[in-house]
Design a protein around this ligand. Structure first.
Ligand code: ZN
Length: 276
C-alpha cells in the first residue's frame, strides 16, 4: 500500500501549508505583506481581511498547528490571527508566544519550543532545531511581554531562530527559513527535501558553499525548493515578483544542485503540489 502523500502550498516568504489529508500544518502564516513605506515609517498590524482572503484563496479551512521559526514581522506578524481564523495552536519561541498572548490566544494553545523540542500532530513529527538568522541580524533580542499591535517593525524581535525538521511516513523535509549557518546544528539529520530561504543568502562564494554543504549535501537531500524569494512588500502573484537579488541566488542554487544531481524545484504560489 502506498504511504499517504504529503501536499504543500507555497504561500509566500516562509509560509508553507503542509497536509496529508488528515493533519494540516502551516509555517509562519504571513499574509498581510504591508508595503515598504508602512514597514519603514508606520506601525504594523495583521490585516484580518487579507489573512481571510489568502486562506480562502488557498482553500485552507482548518490548521492543526502553526509553526514559527523566528519572530521578525515577515514571519510572525500574522501568526496569532491565523491561529484565530483556523483553530491552530501556536508553536514557537517565547517571543512568538508573546505575539499570541498579545492577541488573546489562550495559554493552552501556546506551545513553547526550545532548541530540540519535538511535537507530534497526527502523523507529523516536528523538531525545532537550533539555527542561526541570516546576516545582518535585524532586531535581535526577545519579545518579553505580550505584543499588542499596531507596533513599529522593531517590536518584532527575532527571539532566536529555529530550523524546522518535519518527519512524516510519506517523507521528511527540512525548512530553513533563514539563511544563516549554525555549523553542526543539522548533524544526524537526514531528509529528502530542503526548503531553503533565499533572502539573506550569503553573498560570498565560500559562505554560499558552506550553507549548501550543511543544509543540502550533509543531509542527503534529493530535492531543494527555494522559499523567501518573493518580493514581500507586494501582494503574492503567481509567478511571484522576486526580491532584488533572489534571481542570482536561485540561479546559483540551481547550478549547484544540477552539479550534484539534486533536484531544484520552484513551487508555484497558491497551488497544491504533491511533495511526496
Ligand atoms: Zn528574520
Amino acid at each position: 500500500m502506498a504511504p499517504a502523500s504529503l501536499q504543500v502550498i507555497f504561500l509566500g516568504t516562509t509560509t508553507l501549508y503542509l497536509s496529508d489529508g488528515e493533519t494540516h500544518l502551516l509555517t509562519n502564516g504571513f499574509f498581510t505583506r504591508p508595503p515598504l513605506t508602512q514597514m519603514l515609517f508606520g506601525r504594523l498590524a495583521p490585516s484580518r481581511e487579507r489573512i481571510g482572503q489568502a486562506l480562502q484563496r488557498a482553500g485552507i479551512q482548518q490548521v492543526d498547528a502553526l509553526l514559527v521559526g523566528h519572530s521578525h514581522y515577515d514571519h510572525a506578524l500574522d501568526c496569532a490571527e491565523v491561529c484565530r481564523q483556523t483553530g491552530a495552536v501556536l508553536a514557537g519561541s517565547v517571543s512568538t508566544l508573546n505575539i499570541g498572548r498579545g492577541a488573546g490566544l489562550p495559554e493552552e494553545r501556546l506551545y513553547l519550543a526550545n532548541a530540540g523540542s519535538i511535537f507530534s500532530w497526527g502523523k507529523f513529527r516536528v523538531t525545532f532545531l537550533p539555527w542561526k538568522h541570516s546576516f545582518p541580524r535585524f532586531y535581535p533580542g526577545e519579545i518579553v511581554t505580550p505584543l499588542v499591535p499596531p507596533v513599529p517593525v522593531s517590536a518584532y524581535r527575532e527571539g532566536g531562530t529555529f530550523a524546522l525538521f518535519i518527519e512524516h511516513p510519506a517523507g521528511s523535509l527540512l525548512i530553513l527559513e533563514s539563511a544563516g549557518i549554525l555549523p553542526g546544528a543539522l548533524k544526524g539529520i537526514r531528509t529528502r527535501a530542503v526548503l531553503l530561504a533565499v533572502a539573506g543568502f550569503p553573498r560570498l562564494p565560500a559562505g554560499r558553499e558552506r550553507l549548501f554543504r550543511e543544509a543540502v549535501l550533509n543531509t542527503g537531500a534529493q530535492r531543494v525548493f527555494p522559499i523567501h524569494h518573493d518580493h514581500f512588500f507586494l501582494p503574492l502573484d503567481n509567478p511571484p515578483v522576486l526580491l532584488p537579488g533572489s534571481r542570482a541566488v536561485m540561479d546559483w542554487l540551481e547550478r549547484r544542485c544540477r552539479q550534484e544531481g539534486i533536484g531544484f524545484e520552484v513551487l508555484p504560489p497558491w497551488e497544491r503540489t504533491a511533495l511526496f
